[in-house]
Design a protein around this ligand. Sequence first.
Ligand SMILES: [Zn+2]
Length: 386
Amino acid sequence: MNGNIITINDIKELLEIAPAETLVTSFYLNVDARRISPIKYKAIARNLLRDKQQSLDKEGLPKELLNKVKEDFKRIEDVVANRFELKGRVRGLVVIADAARDFFQVYRVAQPVKSQVAVDPDPYVRPLVAILDEYHRLMLVLLDQREARLLEVYMGEILEHETYHSAGVRGKVKEGGWYGLEERRIERSIENKIIRHYQRVADNVLEHFRRGHFEYLLIGIRAEDCSFFFPVLHSYLQPRVKGRLDLSPKDHIKDIVDAALRAERKIEEEEDGKILEDVVETVNKGGLAIKGIDNVLRAIPFGACQVLVVDDDYSMPGYICKDCAYLSLREGDCSFCGKEALSVEDVVEEAMQEVLLQRGEIKYITTDHPRLGEISHIGTLLRYKI
Ligand SMILES: [Zn+2]
């Protein structure tokens, strides 16, 4: 894994090359705090694992294999019950585990997931792949005239790659003033050393890029040093720069982490914003998109929702048909099949679960986005006209 944050490819590789006949547990849990309480999701997790355990017990698998699965289940339950921190915008918890191969990976993801557990010779990663696809791998380069630190930022986690001082760079280039000839010569020599230091950093960053370690760059550098660094950055990398952060390598790691995660979130939000705009414009053109909860609920039985965009804070009481699960805002018998409908606390949550089940995507948009009003809090790109 080259000392990088584990990605989906690492998981696939790791589990594909292993020859052992073992069982991999793939566990998905919806922990969306706005829509489901911790008591409830902990209970859901226990039930999922218990039911799975019971069905495995009946399959007559070798005891040794079963014991390893039990170990995984125990550890997953432990993560859900005790050690699972709901920081930031965590809405989904995913664990891929195989005790026989000493593999245990926890993902906290910002998208809701369909709660489920699979136990198979191969990991069930399809929902995870869709989620991880949306995250970008970022490299944060912190530098001043003497030091540099490279950090990888991915899915709300940060990994420090390397940190170095450039030897021989002493003093600081002065801003102006009167210099004697000797001082000017020294100044020039210091300046050359700083430029060499920046070139070394830039080469290193390029090497990471060539190895596929990141898609976008964030540069933490003081404004006054920018004019030295940006010109030495390789032209491949220039368009990858997503922004400059007012940071230095000497800053406290907590401040660095906070700033980096804020920047990561901003990038993801910008991308979600683009999809929202796509929905708004497609609706306005009369293309393959619809807006408003009524229309979305109508599209669901047809499996037509491809990318559902929804206001972070949006919820709505409604009804679900006991028989066909048709969702509606209106009381009374199901307008799809005529059977009895039951009331549900939040029809938006039910709709999202259904879209996930139909292999659609969900994009949350922060509630203060100015264009959310144009789709009445919810809308979707359609797979086909309904
Ligand atoms: Zn019905």
